[in-house]
Design a protein around this ligand. Structure first.
Ligand code: FDA
Length: 314
């Protein structure tokens, strides 16, 4: 892992920095590239603009590791309000939630009940291309609990889906069992600082594992069981490799969904839609953006130059 990536991932866990860094104007200016704004209004306006270009969205209020029940309850309330607004506007928008934001650290049962409320509201307010509650995958200590809550929720609600990370050795086994359950899965490379005992340390190995897991999730067996995959990556080489492989298997383009983050690879998002693939963009909002922004910097060292330019710009 590069020194810079490690440094940013460590910074993402620092409460001291989280408190202080957002006070600086150059940091706030830099985050604006990835965040259309802090309010739900900003996110919904971005979702409308993207929908007008044929791109669906995932809306996500930034926040993690909520420490009080009232905090998690407030998150549920605001998401229910956003679901009602998605429905009223007829937007092709899903939600993407972190279980630690719904109270996983406090009590798994409380977290499950919060997730169930959201799944129920989303089902009642679904729109064409919207209405799924996606569960993000967080740090490795949360993987078992996340998959367990996902499985319980999926048994009751068809509109719950989960993310898995290609950098973890365990993910192949998890994917096998998710395929057997006909799950709806988002495949990502993985954004956290993980030890080499449990995660592939070399980026090229992560890329290769991503390709193999994508093949598993798009296989005839997976399609027969009703499993679906959203391929969340900005890696254009990998996207082309998966698209070529899928074409050779006779998988229609509109069966492939590529998901990206707001503000990253915009031209690629439009190209995918133009060429008949599906594309969904994750739009984050909220004021708790510091750890999330540090993970975005860790993903691409060139973003640091962008930060520096904003610093010199005043
Ligand atoms: P990679 O890091 O190899 O980047 C490929 C290319 O994409 C780069 O060369 C660059 O051009 C561009 N790029 C990538 N990241 C960039 C950035 N931050 N800024 C500018 N350009 C960038 N992770 C996780 O652990 N749990 C989760 O639940 C999720 N959820 C999630 C949802 C969605 C919709 C996306 C797109 C991603 C996630 N992730 C995630 C993050 C994921 O694990 C991963 O860290 C990032 O997607 C970066 O990896 P790439 O696959 O894009 O490839």
């Amino acid at each position: 892992m590069s020194i810079l990536r490690t440094a940013f991932l460590k910074a993402s866990e620092s409460a001291w920095l989280r408190e202080r860094a957002p006070r600086h104007r150059f940091v706030r200016r830099s985050v604006a590239r990835f965040l259309p704004g802090e309010s739900a209004d900003d996110a919904l306006a971005a979702a409308r603009r993207l929908a007008d270009s044929g791109i669906s969205t995932l809306l996500s209020q930034l926040g993690e590791n909520i420490e009080h029940r009232s905090g998690a309850e407030a998150v549920v309330e605001q998401y229910r309000d956003v679901l009602a607004r998605i429905h009223a506007a007829g937007l092709p928008s899903d939600l993407s939630v972190k279980l630690t934001q719904l109270g996983l650290d406090l009590d798994p049962e409380f977290c499950f009940a919060n997730l169930a409320q959201l799944a129920e509201s989303a089902l009642a307010a679904s729109t064409p291309g919207g209405g799924t509650i996606w569960i993000d995958m967080e740090h490795s200590p949360y993987v078992d609990a996340t998959l367990e809550i996902y499985r319980r929720a999926r048994a009751k609600f068809p509109n719950v889906a989960v993310c898995v990370q290609a950098y973890l050795y365990r993910t192949e086994k998890d994917v096998e069992s998710l395929i057997a359950q006909g799950a709806n899965v988002r495949l990502v490379k993985g954004a956290y600082d993980e030890p080499s005992e449990i995660a592939l340390p070399k980026k090229s190995d992560v890329d290769e594992n991503y390709f193999r897991l994508a093949q598993m999730l798009l296989s005839a067996e997976a399609r027969k069981s009703g499993a679906r995959v959203a391929l969340a990556t900005h890696d254009r080489k990998l996207i082309a490799r998966i698209a070529d492989w899928a074409a050779a298997q006779g998988i229609p383009r509109d069966r492939l969904e590529f998901d990206m983050l707001y503000g990253i690879q915009r031209a690629e998002q439009l190209r995918l839609v133009r060429e008949g693939y599906r594309c969904r963009v994750l739009v984050s909002y909220g004021s708790y953006w510091f750890p999330w922004f540090m993970r975005r910097l860790a993903e691409r060292p060139a973003n640091v130059l962008f930060l520096a330019r904003n610093l010199w710009g005043g």
